[in-house]
Design a protein around this ligand. Structure first.
Ligand code: DAH
Length: 339
């Protein structure tokens, strides 16, 4: 019996030397010290021994058992430490490595010019109005003093949804929508998309942006219009920019004008960008036509107003010296990253 216990001890020691991971270790523990283990079997068989041998063998078996448990625990500790160390090595962070660069997005040039325009007008006390892109013919044309079959309709190749509904060809219908709802004093801009059945080329797109402006109050004059627009243009393009008002015709304003700015490339000398003119047209404007006021229930004897409409793409092209409108819509990052 003694030899048997001694042999088990040696076997366990030998096995332990070869155990290279925690699982092997656990298997050894089960094989020898577990419920059905070899040493456990010896202890269970003690009953069959003569009474005088029992205490001696019992003491020896318990001693060996305790010894082996200590050995196994020690080995376990050793293996866990090794594992921990390997894990730490694997997870080490080199704080001197360069980080991954996060690319930041940018505003689209049209968005940032739109923001500048809004900021300038907000600073002058204007409010921002918003309205539908699918619009009634009445608002897009009739209420603006452009009756059916009037030749002025031809200049805006309009997308018709049906006889009464169009994709708005200008932001001017917002003048009517605002005046129907709000009594003077009115001071708004209405930015948004407009649609025209134009083929795409360097200066045309079937979808583009306009910003409408409208001021109505008692005693508003052409001087207010000129002062406001000059202030706007100089804020946007710089105080040295020259501004020119040129007589024009629009159905919904009387008198009407187009506004030119001195060419930002040549400063007025004449160059390729301004086609030798020295001036670049940037917006249409005028005093709100009395008929338009009365169409909205505003008495033209009591109130007067001015309106203007500018094309955002044009303004952005001029601000950034871009000669092809299509660049704004192609979303080529090599273009967009430059702003
Ligand atoms: N709606 C005109 C266009 O698209 C631009 C315009 C001209 C707007 C004169 C106005 C204005 O408010 O007074 O061509």
């Amino acid at each position: 019996m003694k030899e048997k216990i001694q042999r088990i001890k040696e076997l366990v020691e030998e096995n332990l030397r070869g155990a290279s991971d925690l699982e092997a270790l656990e298997n050894i523990r089960i094989k020898f010290l577990g419920k059905k283990g070899e040493l456990t079997a010896v202890l269970k068989g003690m009953g069959a021994l003569p009474a005088e041998e029992r205490p001696v063998i019992g003491a020896m078996a318990n001693e060996v058992r305790a010894f082996l448990e200590r050995e196994i625990d020690g080995k376990k500790e050793e293996l866990s430490a090794k594992l921990r160390e390997a894990k730490l090595k694997r997870e080490v962070i080199d704080v001197t490595m360069p980080g991954r660069v996060q690319e930041t997005g940018k505003l689209h040039p049209l968005t940032s010019v739109m923001n500048s325009v809004k900021d300038i007008f907000l600073g002058m006390g204007f409010q921002i109005a918003d309205g539908p892109e699918v619009e009634y013919d009445y608002y897009n044309f009739e209420a603006l003093n452009i009756p059916p079959d009037h030749p002025a309709r031809d200049s805006q190749d309009t997308f018709y949804i049906n006889d009464n509904v169009v994709l708005r060809s200008q932001t001017s219908p917002m003048q009517i929508r605002v005046m129907e709802k709000q009594k003077p004093p009115i001071r708004i801009i209405a930015p948004g998309m407009v649609y025209r059945s134009d083929a795409v080329d360097a200066t045309h797109s079937p979808v583009f942006h306009q910003i409408e402006g409208l001021v109505v109050d008692k005693g508003i004059t052409m001087a207010d219009l000129k002062g406001t627009l000059e202030m706007f243009i100089k804020s946007l393009y710089g105080s040295e920019t020259k501004v020119r008002f040129r007589p024009h015709h629009f159905q919904f304003t009387e008198p009407s004008a187009e506004v030119d700015v001195s060419c930002f490339v040549c400063g007025g000398e004449g160059c390729r960008v301004c086609k030798g003119e020295g001036w670049i047209e940037i917006l249409g404007c005028g005093m709100v036509h009395p008929k338009v006021l009365s169409n909205c229930g505003i008495d033209p004897e009591e109130y007067s107003g001015f309106a203007f409409g500018l094309g955002l793409e044009r303004i952005a092209m001029r601000k950034y010296d871009i000669d092809d409108l299509r660049l704004f819509y192609e979303n080529d990052l090599r273009f967009l990253k430059q702003f």
